[in-house]
Each structure stands twice: as C-alpha cells, then as structure tokens.
Design a protein around this ligand. Structure first.
Ligand SMILES: NC(=O)c1ccc[n+]([C@@H]2O[C@H](COP(=O)([O-])OP(=O)(O)OC[C@H]3O[C@@H](n4cnc5c(N)ncnc54)[C@H](O)[C@@H]3O)[C@@H](O)[C@H]2O)c1
Ligand SMILES: [Zn+2]
Ligand SMILES: [Zn+2]
Length: 387
C-alpha cells in the first residue's frame, strides 16, 4: 500500500506571487470567506519528481462545495475548492515519463488527459492497514481539507492521476469522482446481476449508482420527491421511479408494485443516497430479510430504529465512504454510458464566472444536476475540442 502525501501547492499568498515572472503564473479561485471567491494570480507550479502539472480543463461541483462556499463545513477558509477535476498534463519531471499511471496503463507524457483522484490517506491507520484506505482516519481531500483544483494549473502526485478514455469528453471526466463514490456504495452492497435494488435519492450520487447498477444487470427502482430528478433517473436507465410523498412512502400502490416485483420479499439491496433518516428507516423496513442497506448519504440527523428489525431480518446495515481508488473504473463506466450521462450535466459556467456557478448550485429552483466549470485553454489549439 502506498502512503501518499499531497504535492506542495503553489502559494496563494499574493506577496509570494510577485516574485514569479508573468510567464509562469496561474490563476487560483480562493474561497476567502462565506460566499466570497477571489481570483488570485499565483506562481505556476513546477513539476517535482513524482508529480505532474495539470492544466485544468473542467471541474464539477457538488453539495460539499456548496457547504464549503457557505462556510458550513469542517474546514478553515481560505481554501481553493474543487475536488472533481480533469485536465491535461502540461509538465512532468523528466525522470517521471515512464512512471506507471494510477489507472495502470503505462507511462505519462505531456498532453495526456487525466482525471485527478482527490483523496489522500495515511497508509498507517487501522482502515488503511486492512486496505480500506477510503475510510482512513487521517483522510484529506483536495478542495475540501486542502487546496484543490479550482486553479488553472495544479501539481498533482502521479499516483493520483487516471487516464481519461480517448472517447470521453474532458467535461464529463470530473464526474468520475462522484461516480467512484456511487460505485463504492454499490460494491459495499455486493450488488449481483438480477437483484432488485431500491435507490433512495436521485441526486448525482443516487443517479450514478443507478447507472452502475444497470451496468451490473440489476433491476433498479429510484425514489425521490423531485420529479425532474426522477426524469433524469429514467433517462439514466432506471426501470421505474417512485415519487416520494413525505410521510406517505411507499404508498399502497407503490408497495404493491414492489411486492409484485419481488414476490413479496422486498428489494434485497437498498442504497440510501439522501442522508435523510426517514429514507434509511424506510429502507430498513422495505429491504428483504437477509438483505443489505447501504448508507452513502451523509447528514448530522439522528436515525431512530428499534433493535428488532435489524437482528430479526438479519440485515447488513453498511456505511460507505469515498471509494477504494475506483476513479479508473468510474472513468470506464462514464465512457460506456456517456450518451446518457451527459444529461446529468445540466449547467456549465466558465472559470471566470464562479460566483454565478455557486449561486446556481445553491438555488433550489435551478434544477441542477451537475454544474461543470470550463477552464480557458491557454493555447486554443490544445485541449478538448470535441463538441
Ligand atoms: N459517503 C460519501 O463518501 C459521500 C460522498 C459524497 C456525497 N455524499 C452524500 O451523498 C448524498 C447524496 O449526494 P448528492 O450529491 O446526490 O446529493 P443531492 O442533495 O443532490 O441529492 C439528494 C436527493 O435526495 C432526495 N431526497 C431527500 N430526502 C429524500 C427521501 N426521504 N426520500 C427520497 N429522496 C429524498 C432529494 O430530493 C435529492 O434529489 C448526500 O447526503 C451527500 O452528502 C456522501
Ligand atoms: Zn463532490
Ligand atoms: Zn489511514
């Protein structure tokens, strides 16, 4: 197992940047205080042995970004946000051109298109020692606990890079990060082909879990109260969707449908991608005896369960965090399904327009699936030119 430490970030101290020449500058978007982003010119990173400099092409935003921007997260501001990112290698240390990639496909070269794994683990703690590095007690994540990828150029350890399949647009590649989280939840649930699965919550995590479950050959029911999101679930391959009426879920008709589908057993796997206690409690009630309920949704809300259902039904109630280095597999999943996954990308903003991007992210009326931030290509002849 590899113990990893982040590459040293370029300084965000404006004074430090004045020493650098104009030719080697990068622009960082620094969240300095609640709902305030400042663009700062910083010294462009140079590649040290074991790191590559990535010119950012695309960063996607998620709910965690909204919390950090709102200064409602366990991290100190200022910080450069961005933990779902893809770009192009623009500089490598000469000694590193034959280093094997995180995706295991060979040496790196300038011009390679990569997605960045933002997760850093200690390699020493109990979780790491048994290979569950995704639950490291000393976890750090780019853009959440240390400076991330809302910057035009970033130095990244080579082992955190995953090659983007040739046919996959760079604007979709950052979604490999949330897709890896969704895949981890499905893997924790040990989903098997042919199983009847209920996914609660049709946000990006629930939707990407749906794509993976369909890829594995499962029958997938998706529930949410938001009709636009349920329409996305259908577009992404859900077999059926259930509209949730809070306090009345499942309705008698929905329960009958589930019973008919499962010969009265209930789904053998439930994935909660909401973080809502009611959703998990309903999942525990609906799941088949000897079934699995995976909690990938996170919140501070308390869950109340009697101590009858879990033992009597012998349910596996499982937490799921980050992913066990699944970004490479997530890129392949996105590549296989990019025609449908494009529907998840509902909004795009240029890097210079982050205020509007974050305002949209937190606007409940905006109908956001995923928001992508497009970076300027320094050289217009380079970068991703596909439509
Ligand atoms: N475990 C991890 O490592 C990890 C990583 C990223 C995100 N998350 C968490 O995963 C969850 C999903 O993330 P997301 O980006 O898709 O969030 P999101 O907020 O975009 O989506 C959640 C969806 O759940 C729906 N919902 C809420 N209550 C519901 C209920 N009772 N029944 C059915 N649907 C309900 C909402 O309408 C919404 O569409 C969040 O809690 C997030 O914090 C966990
Ligand atoms: Zn995220
Ligand atoms: Zn650890």
């Amino acid at each position: 197992m590899t113990s990893t430490t982040p590459a040293p970030a370029a300084s965000t101290d404006p004074a430090a940047s004045t020493a650098a020449s104009a030719a080697s500058m990068a622009t960082a978007a620094v969240t300095t205080s609640r709902r305030t982003i400042e663009y700062r010119s910083i010294a462009a990173p140079v590649p040290a042995p074991g790191t590559a400099v990535i010119r950012m092409a695309s960063v996607t935003l998620c709910g965690t970004d909204a919390h950090i921007w709102d200064d409602d997260y366990a991290t100190e501001l200022p910080i450069i946000q961005g933990h779902e990112a893809a770009g192009t290698i623009v500089a490598l240390d000469p000694s590193d051109t034959d280093v094997h990639a995180g995706s295991g496909t060979g040496g790196w070269a300038v011009g390679d298109r990569v997605a960045i794994s933002p997760m850093f683990y200690c390699g020493q703690c109990h979780a790491c020692s048994i290979g569950r590095v995704n639950a490291c007690r000393h976890m750090s994540v780019y853009g959440c606990y240390e400076d991330g990828s809302l910057v035009t150029e970033q130095a990244v350890p080579l082992e955190k890079l995953y090659r983007v399949p040739d046919g996959l647009e760079l604007s979709l590649a950052p979604m490999s990060e949330p897709a890896s989280i969704a895949m981890q939840a499905v893997n924790r649930g040990r989903a098997q082909a042919g199983e009847k699965v209920l996914v609660s919550g049709a946000g990006p995590i629930g939707l990407l879990a749906t794509v993976y479950l369909k890829d594995l050959g499962c029958d997938v029911t998706v529930s949410d109260m938001n009709p636009a999101r349920l329409a996305l679930a259908t577009a992404l391959g859900a077999d059926r969707t259930f509209t949730v009426t809070p306090g009345d879920f499942p309705t008698a008709a929905q329960r009958t449908e589930l019973d008919q589908l499962t010969r009265g057993d209930g789904p053998s796997l439930v994935i909660d991608a909401t973080g809502a206690p009611a959703s998990v409690a309903t999942g525990v009630e609906l799941v088949a005896t000897a079934g699995r309920v995976v909690c990938v949704g996170i919140s501070d809300a308390e869950l109340r369960l009697t101590l009858r259902t879990l033992p009597v039904k012998e349910i596996d109630l499982l937490g799921s965090r980050n992913s066990q280095n699944l970004i490479g597999q997530a890129l392949e999943l996105l590549d296989r399904h990019q025609d449908s996954i494009g529907a998840l990308l509902t909004h795009r903003f240029v890097f210079e327009d982050l205020d509007a991007a974050f305002e949209t992210l937190v606007d409940p009326t905006a109908g956001v699936g995923k928001i992508a931030i497009d970076f300027p290509a320094e050289d217009p002849t380079e970068g991703d030119t596909r439509p």
